[in-house]
Design a binder for this molecule. Sequence first.
Ligand SMILES: C[S@@+](CC[C@H](N)C(=O)[O-])C[C@H]1O[C@@H](n2cnc3c(N)ncnc32)[C@H](O)[C@@H]1O
Length: 291
Amino acid sequence: MRTTRTRGPADRAERRALPGDREGSYVDPMTTNAEGAHAPVVCDRVGPLMERLLRDAGLTTGMRVLDAGCGRGDVSSMVARLVGPTGLVVGIDRDAGAIEAARERMRAEGHASVELFVGDLLSARSHGAPFDAVVERRVLMYQPDGAAAVRALAECLRPGGIFAFQEADATMIPASSGATPLHDRVIRWAWQTVAREGACTSMGLLLPGLLEAAGLALEGIRAEAVVQTASHRHVTASIVRAILPRIVARGIATEAEVDVETLDARLEHELRATGQAFVSDVAISAWGRRR
Ligand SMILES: C[S@@+](CC[C@H](N)C(=O)[O-])C[C@H]1O[C@@H](n2cnc3c(N)ncnc32)[C@H](O)[C@@H]1O
């Protein structure tokens, strides 16, 4: 079986960036639901993409679902709402701190049918497989061998079981309707940071091939973009704040260059003053079944 090393093209990452994860320390800024998540203008524009994928893939009441690389439980929470109290969500993450945060969140949200484990997705089978469905978001991009990871997740499914995977991809961003130099720079900081940490910056477009190589039956693929305007903004400044120590540690930008306290206002001003639309994130969703 061919082994695919899924590290992304570092040269591309020079102009593209994606926030994410690093070894041993959970930070998930792109998918954060932190400050601004419920504000009318600046909000999480990524969460709804995953919720739509889960529904379209066919997740429903009563299913037993594995959430691989569950992090702090954003996706586990969505799945728990879909499968209800008669279903089960099993979340696995290698980061103990993230699992603790996810447990706290599930308690706060009253989800009794969620079980969370510290562990590697390569051994996810030992946590109750076979499952009716396996889901993941922005986890494969951090694997040294994406093909092996997909095969391991496929083996967690019962025959006919559903997979719903979503990965980011930097190939098509940044993009805008005109000059947006600050937005370009900010997105580049984030992508360069995760690329230097070893993440694959083109996992979204690699995903369909990996799924088919693992023998899974692909039923749907789509790309969705987060388009920001002055009146429809994403939590970009919060993302940068969350990963600022990593940006600085990797030598991507200095604290003075980022000037995080004024960043949100400057981003807002750039879009308002220019009237441009800016594409800051592309999510590739793929779903289907185990044969
Ligand atoms: C960017 S976060 C995404 C978290 C969650 N899926 C979400 O969308 O909110 C990536 C997560 O994958 C976890 N992770 C990465 N590689 C893993 C592995 N091999 N086994 C288990 N967890 C892993 C990280 O610890 C981190 O929590």
